[in-house]
Ligand binder design. Structure first.
Ligand code: PAF
Length: 275
């Protein structure tokens, strides 16, 4: 594995690769969820590029960029063991200049749910993903379904800007109790919070069970989910949308994503299920 920090180094290293390239962009603090993307990308491509870059433009005012977990040494080891060919670790100055041209998230899909709660977050996310995808020169890039709205917006950007890369959606990885893996889970401070956090996956499982039993009415399913979620500190949203993020009144089998966002103690947790 080689570690590169500048655009020039990355481009030289990439030109030495021949054959298909898979790419996994990350913000580091790698966990099993990232590893599953990396392993999938490894198995489907001849070469593998991973980036670690904590992107400042997707953090909003008041969100603590400096507090974002950084674990470079451990991350480098994980990438080495996972047989990454190129690990790209740029600085902010390498990635950005002053007064940049920006692309923005689309008005409807980009400013509801996560986009409403964190207005502007998706603009910054798309800005950096556009740069990273272009720089990687990869054939395929891998993103988790856990950040479903992020995945939908990246897929839309690739389509709208005619970018020559395939976006590969990857399944959510959960711990043995059903909690979707996230770097924020470390902030669940005790067993009580960990136990209450399981209400997310429990509510989604219950919703699936209702759908499988023939219930398609969103209002009815939502109200059962809200009961299950009553143990968390605050429910931000329970939403039923199509794969295109249009709100649904009735579940469409094969075209529905159910999403939840809640607070348990310090962390804000999200989860979803694709039906
Ligand atoms: O999902 C993430 O970790 C980030 O949003 C991404 C896609 C690496 C862009 O900074």
């Amino acid at each position: 594995m080689i570690i590169v920090k500048t655009i020039d180094e990355l481009q030289k290293a990439r030109k030495r690769l021949s054959g298909s390239i898979g790419f996994v962009p990350t913000m580091g603090a790698l966990h099993q969820g990232h590893l599953s993307l990396i392993q999938k990308a490894r198995s489907e491509n001849e070469h593998l590029i991973v980036s670690i870059f904590v992107n400042p433009t997707q953090f909003l005012e008041g969100e603590d960029l400096d507090a974002y977990p950084r674990k470079d040494e451990a991350d480098i080891k994980i990438c080495e063991v996972a047989k990454v060919d190129i690990l790209f670790m740029p600085t902010v100055d390498t990635m950005y200049e002053d007064d940049e041209l920006c692309i923005g998230a689309p008005a409807r899909r980009g400013y509801l749910l996560e986009g409403e709660k964190r207005a502007g977050h998706f603009d910054g996310m798309l800005q950096v993903v556009m740069k990273l995808l272009n720089l990687s020169g990869a054939n395929r890039a891998y993103f988790g379904k856990k950040d479903a709205q992020q995945l939908a917006l990246i897929s839309q950007m690739v389509k709208n800007y005619f970018m020559d890369i395939t976006i590969v959606p990857c399944e959510i990885v959960r711990d043995e109790f059903g909690l979707a893996l996230s770097s924020r889970n470390v902030y669940l401070k005790d067993n009580d919070e960990k136990e209450r956090a399981l209400a997310l996956s429990r509510s989604l499982k219950y919703a699936t069970k209702m759908v499988m039993a023939g219930e398609l009415d969103v209002h009815k399913i939502k109200s059962e989910m809200t009961n299950i979620l009553s143990v968390v500190d605050k429910v931000e949203y329970v939403a039923f949308v199509t794969r295109e993020f249009k709100a649904l009144k009735k579940v469409e089998i094969g075209n529905t994503i159910i999403l939840v966002a809640v607070w348990v103690g310090k962390p804000r947790l999200i989860d979803n299920i694709w039906i």
